[in-house]
Design a protein around this ligand. Structure first.
Ligand code: HEC
Length: 160
């Protein structure tokens, strides 16, 4: 084989590893049904939260094409699974969070995570959008049910 042929073979092998290695993670990239959304104060709030948070905190995740490649597939699956467990706007009955807490993580710049914004320009809100998002999030009750959540999780462990 000359150098060019070796290059082609290595390219094919590399591509195979990239796609093949991501298959188990891709298999986990699914959107379960929407069970219960929070009581939004307005459709605008919902739209802003969809733009900024839904990819990781809902059952309506948009899986980008690069979610099928290694290692992005694994990183994205991890974020979505962890994100949905922390807060899930599609399963508010189980994974809710007090408005105050939601506002805090956004104000501190913790959420959305730093790497998400450059990849998702539509999640970048104007100053006015950001204000509206914070006001809308603040209006959400939710928390409070945390004790119940723990009970539910206990039940779940028994059930399985
Ligand atoms: C790229 C994925 C992603 C996006 C987008 C995202 N989050 Fe998160 N979020 C996570 C992950 C992963 C966790 C759990 C691990 C952690 O705490 O870092 C989390 C945790 C949280 C928590 C739990 C508190 C905490 O710090 O553990 C809150 C509240 C939260 N996110 C709110 C939001 C809000 C509000 C938005 C939209 C403005 C948002 N997130 C956007 C991935 C994301």
């Amino acid at each position: 084989m000359n150098a060019w042929q070796r290059g082609v073979v290595m390219g094919i092998v590399g591509f195979g590893i990239m796609v093949g290695g991501s298959l188990p993670a891709v298999a986990r990239q699914h959107n379960p049904p929407v069970v219960q959304e929070p009581a939004w104060d307005s459709p605008v709030t919902r739209e802003l939260v969809v733009r900024a948070c839904y990819d990781c905190h809902s059952n309506e995740t948009h899986w980008p094409w690069y979610a099928k490649t290694t290692p992005a597939a694994w990183l994205i699956v991890h974020d979505v699974e962890e994100g949905r467990r922390a807060v899930n706007f599609s399963e508010w009955n189980r994974y809710s969070e007090e408005g105050e807490e939601l506002v805090e993580v956004v104000q501190e710049g913790e959420m959305p995570p730093w790497f998400y914004l450059p990849l998702h320009p539509s999640a970048q809100l104007s100053a006015a959008g950001q204000q509206q998002l914070l006001a809308g999030l603040a209006s959400l009750g939710g928390g409070g049910e945390e004790d119940e959540d723990e009970h539910e999780d206990e039940h779940k462990e028994h059930d399985y």
